[in-house]
Design a protein around this ligand. Structure first.
Ligand SMILES: *Cc1c(COP(=O)(O)O)cnc(C)c1O
Length: 371
């Protein structure tokens, strides 16, 4: 049986009429740059994230770059982050003029270890970028006090976590809500994906929101008047239109992913050798990925591929192992949990439209391999 990682065609079939109507209205109006759809989507995403401000931009990568640019990093300024993430997290730190300092993960959730952050703070530390990996939030209630004590801003990379939430002091807090800035990606394979690149920044501070909105328009609040040098990093009105049609479905899609994840948990929980993903009890995850640990991971991937079953390794080479970051000073004690995760993780197909029969085929193939 053929089981893809993601089935965007199946999703499109269910929303085709709405999304095509939204797109058609942009085409009729011909206002492709900063059309009203952008502001409308910003309003809705701000509401979802429980913050007053959301600023659209060209990608999830730029959503990280722009807030990092506001820090005016000088050579040698350090930004603490995880090495177990997509490249953009650290690429943006570098491109903003900072030096990424990679710390280890919590081996249970794969998210950055708050104690490791505390140990890595030096007089050169200027910020930290926390990633909510695979769709569950990092331990914000432990990270924020560490950051506050050192006077450091926290950027939440919520590219994989739109709509994920965590119980903090008895209240549900959204991914992106508690940091200085939260960043979202609308890359097509993300849980809320456009028809191309797109991103958004969310925040609670009005002055910061104003600066971010300016930075995406070449640093000028008024056209042809430039207060600082910014970027061309706008969210296309066409992308905003697609996303506006999809956003009302996001909660149901996330619930369906959780339901599929629970079914995988039941079916794989009894299979010797498989470690199923652990969701921190404080979290409601959105399962951007369903990632297990297995022995002989690469051989399992080949076994699945031969049976038409897709799988992915996020991430086979953590960022501290990338040639472009080889010159960086490694952290004392290294990153043992990151190294082990890189060798053992494999992400299985998960999406709302995944059928029982497809899921059974995935599980059967894994059982067969480990038998
Ligand atoms: C996808 C992703 C990004 C980058 O988003 P783009 O929209 O592809 O630029 C950044 N960080 C993480 C963790 C991601 O998964």
């Amino acid at each position: 049986m053929n089981v893809p990682m993601l089935d965007l065609q199946a999703q499109h079939e269910t929303i085709k009429a709405d999304v095509m109507a939204r797109v058609a209205s942009v085409v009729e109006r011909q206002q492709f740059i900063m059309g009203p759809e952008v502001g409308e989507l910003e309003c809705q995403v701000a509401g979802l994230c429980q913050v007053p401000y959301a600023i659209g931009c060209a990608s999830g990568t730029d959503a990280l770059l722009l807030p990092l640019k506001t820090l005016d990093l000088q050579p040698g300024d350090e930004v603490i982050t995880t090495a177990f993430t997509f490249f953009a997290t650290a690429g943006a730190i570098h491109n903003a003029g900072g030096t990424p300092v990679f710390v280890d993960i919590d081996p249970v959730t794969f998210n950055i270890d708050p104690d490791a952050i505390a140990r890595a703070i030096t007089p050169r530390t200027r910020a930290m970028v926390v990633v909510h990996l695979y769709g569950q939030m990092a331990a914000m209630e432990r990270i924020l006090p560490v950051a506050a004590a050192a006077g450091l801003p926290v950027i939440e990379d919520a590219a994989q976590a739109i709509g994920a939430r965590r119980q903090v002091d008895g209240a549900w807090r959204m991914a992106g809500e508690l940091g200085h800035v939260g960043t979202i990606s609308f890359f097509p394979s993300k849980n809320l994906g456009g028809w191309g690149d797109g991103g958004m920044m969310v925040c609670r501070d009005e002055a910061l929101a104003t600066r971010l909105a300016r930075l995406r328009l070449h640093g000028g609040a008024r056209q042809y008047h430039h207060d600082e040098v910014g970027f061309n990093s706008r969210l296309d009105a066409l992308q905003a239109a697609v996303l506006l049609a999809k956003l009302p479905h996001l909660a149901n899609w996330s619930a369906a992913r959780r339901e599929r994840a629970a079914r995988y948990d039941r079916l794989l929980g009894e299979v010797p050798g498989v470690v199923t993903p652990v969701v921190d009890p404080a979290n409601e995850a959105i399962f951007h990925q369903y990632t297990i640990r297995v022995p002989r991971r690469d051989a399992l991937r080949e076994h699945l591929t031969a049976r038409g079953i897709a799988s992915m390794v996020y991430y086979p080479v953590a960022l501290h192992r990338q040639p472009c970051f080889a010159h960086l000073q490694p952290i004392a004690g290294g990153l043992p949990h990151t190294e082990q995760a890189m060798a053992e993780v494999i992400s299985l197909p998960i999406y709302p439209e995944l059928t029982d029969a497809q899921q059974d085929a995935v599980v059967m193939a894994i059982r067969e391999f480990l038998a």
